[in-house]
Design a protein around this ligand. Sequence first.
Ligand code: ZN
Length: 236
Amino acid sequence: MKRLFIFFFIINSYCFAGNYSDVIEQAKKYLDNSISSDYVSNDSLLYSDFVRIRDYFNYSLLVKNRRCRGRFSSYVAYVIPSEKPRNLKIYICKKFKSLSKESLAQTLIHEVSHLVIGPDEHVATRYETLATYLGGRTPELNGYNSGQIIFDIIEDFTDKNFIDRNMDYFVLMNIRTKSKFRELLLRTYAVYGECTKFETVLTQLCTEDKSCKDNILSRKDDFGLSISDVNLNCRS
Ligand SMILES: [Zn+2]
């Protein structure tokens, strides 16, 4: 009997390891809020793409854990576009499975954007970022929009430059200066628990000024959350 119990326990933990229904619900919420926003509904292309992305979440979307080695080793998640609709699998890399449902929902929207729109990184990044922000949460940056290039150009750019580059979300979020961009980067590192990078950016923003650090980490964003609220255990 004891052995049987252990057997069932293993089966159960295996089944639940890939259960991301709360993440899927969160992603739907972001998309529903976005679709009903003026920003999306006043832009017919954006609106129809968001409706198509939202439709994918009505299919049986299977979200699974993967170990993610080799070329996937730096990925948070990925999809294989050739997989048939109605049998969609999105793989979340195991080392990121402890991220909050809000962060993973943003990642899911990125991956489903690839399925709906295609491989363009700037489009998937734009859609995940807009959907999260319009959905009600400050989005994280990703490998595409966190690079040095953004940092180099940000203060020389007009709103039109950003819009032309599919980065209208920086305008929407009022990220127009290096320090604003660094704060978003800092928040991203806090959310991902990338503590060495977190320390570096915090020092760039504040040098060793303790009250500056406290201020940045405790300041509430547009949705009432501070960096301390979303921090995955980096110490300041
Ligand atoms: Zn991508």
